[in-house]
Design a protein around this ligand. Structure first.
Ligand code: AKG
Ligand code: FE2
Length: 266
């Protein structure tokens, strides 16, 4: 078995930002201090007080501002048509409201998207002709965690043509507030297939693996407020328990299509 060097740290958004992930030579790319601490604190405070802050429709332990496409599925994987309509209808307004929470600072995901567009080409993912929502704000309350899982649009939304166009799926996270203890991003050098994931599935979870069954992670990134971290979402990853305090971040997926612009959504 070959091992992948864990984390590439960059001083800023350089041209080759995604190269170590696209060529599979690293598990994560990280830009420490992508958002200044004062700005990150301001955004976290505004987002944590947002009136729409609520739990995922299908994963009650996750709390967010903005809807994730993942929430438009029922437990058996079928699309919930009403949830999909709600998701698409709410997209523009939710993106605007998150930008308002960032003001007077430039919304950090907009800054990332601009840089990726300049380097690789980037467009909003669409369902039929309607742009998808992008840039969910996730709040991890004290005591919460994200079990080991991976993300694949093709698996999670088999009816969506976009899933079949993707050659890869990355996840970008910008951390705005981190707990005093816990909340590390855990990464595995593993791309488990569906049979393996089914064997590992935690009994009470709709999405994640039982930590006692999976091998120890290849690395743990102790994230700091203001950091940008991008990972290959198709590899196993998790967030350790927030032992004390909450963790707040902005997140989107980046779809990789050979010879075509990247696409982004949440
Ligand atoms: O919040 C994080 O650090 C990672 C969350 C995650 O699972 C993802 O972005 O796909
Ligand atoms: Fe994930």
């Amino acid at each position: 078995m070959t091992t992948t060097p864990a984390v590439v740290t960059l001083a800023g958004l350089d041209e080759g930002l995604l190269a170590p992930l696209l060529d599979g030579s690293a598990l994560a790319v990280r830009v420490p201090g992508f958002v200044a601490p004062t700005a990150a604190g301001h955004m976290a405070g505004r987002l944590a007080a947002h009136p729409s802050l609520s739990a995922y429709r299908n994963t009650p332990e996750l709390v967010r501002v903005g809807l994730s496409h993942y929430e438009t599925h029922d437990a058996d994987g079928t699309t919930n048509d009403a949830a999909l309509v709600d998701y698409l209808d709410a997209a523009e307004q939710a993106m605007q409201e998150i930008r308002v929470c960032c003001a007077p600072y430039e919304p950090p995901l907009d800054r990332l998207w601009k840089a990726l567009d300049a380097s690789y080409g980037l467009e909003r993912a669409r369902i039929a002709d309607t742009p998808m929502f992008a840039g969910v704000c996730r709040v991890f309350p004290e005591g919460s965690e994200l079990l080991p899982h991976n993300d694949s649009l093709l698996r999670d939304a088999p009816g969506l043509p976009l899933g079949r166009e993707l050659d890869g799926q990355l996840a970008a996270n910008i951390y705005l507030r981190v707990p005093e203890r816990g909340g590390e991003l855990q990464l595995w050098d593993l791309r488990p297939d569906e049979a393996q994931l089914a064997d590992w599935r935690a009994p009470a979870s709709t999405y994640g693996a039982d930590r006692r069954l999976v091998p120890p992670p290849a690395c743990e990134i102790p994230v700091a407020a203001g950091d940008l971290v991008i990972v290959d979402a198709t590899r196993l990853h998790a967030v350790s328990r927030q032992e004390r305090g909450t963790r707040i971040g902005l997140s989107c997926f980046l779809g990789v299509r050979r010879g075509r612009p990247l696409v982004y959504w949440s």
